[in-house]
Design a protein around this ligand. Structure first.
Ligand code: C5P
Length: 220
């Protein structure tokens, strides 16, 4: 079959990453975590003394780091200037700064280019997860999924992932980040008009995976 391009968007805590990796592995497709790329560029800014609140400084520096994503769904990797960044990009500090960095147009242009190159180079096809994949990065994707879930369910999932995290604090941080991502001018978090919306609030991860696999198979 021809290469199939699947775009999976939605706010944090909807099961995007777990679903996307599992669907890609089941169907023999590549996988790209675009949030990891925005986290990686944010981590580079923080470690190189760039003030992440200064959009002009972020724009100027945005071309500097070399960001390379490995697309094997069973072992996705990300390096920044040749250094493995998979651990450091998940810290609270990066999480709290990433929305400001990813709102800078120069950052989005640069990362979007990388994303399109990776998708075009995936022989069997690829599952790409993010916020603006169906709307901006890959508007011609074969299948677009928009995952949602109640704020309570999303916070509970996220605090389950983070040791010792308080559910209420997690919920507030999530809501704040989603509001910033949805409210930015350039390529905000949004459901594409032709995306299939899946509310995962009352579904198990396996049910969501099964649902998306079926939708992909219908397109192949
Ligand atoms: O998916 P994850 O929570 O790791 O994404 C981190 C952040 O990266 C998001 O909160 C958002 O600011 C940014 N992002 C984006 N566009 C994407 C993917 C992520 O702006 N396609």
């Amino acid at each position: 079959p021809a290469a199939v391009i699947v775009a999976i968007d939605g706010p944090s805590g909807t099961g995007k990453s777990s679903t996307s990796k599992a669907v890609a592995a089941k169907l023999g497709l590549s996988y790209l975590d675009t949030g990891a790329q925005y986290r990686a560029i944010t981590w580079w800014m923080l470690t190189n003394g760039v003030d992440t609140a200064d959009a002009a400084a972020v724009a100027t520096a945005s071309a500097k780091p070399a960001i390379v994503s490995g697309t094997d769904p069973s072992a996705p990797t990300i390096t920044v200037d040749g250094v493995d960044a998979s651990g450091p990009i998940r810290t609270q500090e990066v999480t709290s700064k990433v929305s400001a960095v990813s709102a800078v147009p120069e950052v989005r242009t640069r990362i979007t280019e990388l994303q399109r190159e990776i998708a075009a180079g995936a022989p069997e096809g690829i599952v790409v997860e993010g916020r603006d994949i169906g709307t901006t990065v890959l508007p011609d994707a074969d299948l677009k999924i928009f995952l949602t879930a109640s704020p309570e369910a999303r916070a509970a999932r996220r605090s389950g992932e983070t040791k010792g995290a308080d559910v209420n604090a997690t919920k507030e941080a999530l809501i704040k980040r989603d509001a910033a991502d949805s409210g930015r001018k350039t390529s905000p978090l949004a459901k594409a008009a032709d995306a299939v919306e899946v509310d995962t609030t009352d579904l198990t991860l396996d049910q969501v995976i099964e649902c998306v696999v079926t939708l992909v198979e219908e397109k192949r």
